[in-house]
Design a protein around this ligand. Structure first.
Ligand code: H2B
Length: 99
């Protein structure tokens, strides 16, 4: 089901409220890097994010190596070919509340 893409002022508000996230993929996604003490902490974080993602039916793209986790949020169903939506705002907010 198509989801509305964020308007430019909504993207600006997202970045202002979540300064650790940066725009990527020509403004179609946001990304944040997390550094933990070790793999166990990183995996614990990923497990908690996975539960949030399932509850929100909105799933991150991510990369993990040992204690580092890079999270990218985008909405595949937004606009004609994917982009940012309120689903990404909601998940970014929930992830930020975890750390
Ligand atoms: N996650 C992300 N990142 N984008 C989506 O468009 C998306 C999703 N769609 N998780 C969901 C699942 C969709 O396929 C279900 C059917 O609502």
């Amino acid at each position: 089901m198509p989801v509305p893409e964020l308007a430019p002022d909504e993207v600006a508000q997202l970045l202002a409220e979540h300064p650790q996230w940066t725009l990527t993929r020509e403004g179609k996604a946001i990304t944040r890097s997390f550094q933990f003490a070790d793999f166990s902490e990183a995996w614990g974080f990923m497990s908690r994010v996975a539960l949030l993602a399932e509850a929100q039916d909105h799933h991150p793209e991510w990369f993990n190596v040992y204690a580092k986790v890079e999270v990218t949020l985008t909405t595949h169903d937004a606009g004609p070919s994917g982009g940012l939506s309120q689903r990404d705002v909601r998940l970014a907010r929930a992830i930020d509340a975890l750390v």
